[in-house]
Design a protein. Structure first.
Length: 174
């Protein structure tokens, strides 16, 4: 599979103070430091790795059970809506989210575990990014940057970031 062409976009930010981090300790999240002190897993982050790891990014992958998807975001909503809406296989980013948000959610047994497995399948299919992740020494964070200067932490998705960090640690040992 060819590596996706990802352009890292600079995000300019004027710090507005501390925000709550996942561990509930006050930590300033400064988007200017993305790629220097941390990697922001965000579709408009500054690093190729952070953009690649974002569920929003166009990173086609094949799941051994559920088939092909253009993005993790499409897979997320495909799974959470009961695997009924084939359109989600081809949707990326905000298009996948808008379409998926309009669907009835169903209870999915082991939803988080299935998402974690899909994240691993996706990364495994991009050896260059798998290597970049394994070699990365910066902590992963997940926050949104709005209007260039408003940082909004996303602690509800910390389980995904922790899973990616566990995968990186595992692959460092290979």
């Amino acid at each position: 599979m060819t590596q996706p062409k990802i352009k890292a976009k600079a995000v300019h930010h004027t710090p507005r103070g501390s925000h709550r981090a996942v561990k509930a300790a006050p930590v300033a999240l400064d988007s200017k430091q993305d790629g220097t002190t941390h990697v922001n897993v965000f579709s408009r982050g500054k690093t190729e790795l952070g953009i690649f790891l974002s569920n929003f990014s166009k990173t086609p992958f094949k799941h051994p059970t559920y088939g092909s998807f253009a993005s993790m975001e499409g897979f997320w909503y495909y799974l959470s809506s009961g695997c009924k809406f084939e359109e989600l296989r081809k949707l990326v980013g905000i298009d996948a989210k808008k379409f998926g948000k309009g669907l009835e959610r169903v209870e999915v047994v082991d939803f988080e575990e299935k998402i974690k497995a899909a994240i691993e399948y996706k990364i495994e299919q991009y050896p260059l990014f798998k290597l970049k992740l394994a070699m990365n020494k910066l902590p992963l964070k997940h926050y949104f940057v709005f209007k260039g200067d408003v940082v909004v932490d996303q602690p509800q998705y910390a389980w995904q970031v922790k899973h990616i960090e566990r995968l990186a640690a595992k692959w460092r040992l290979e």
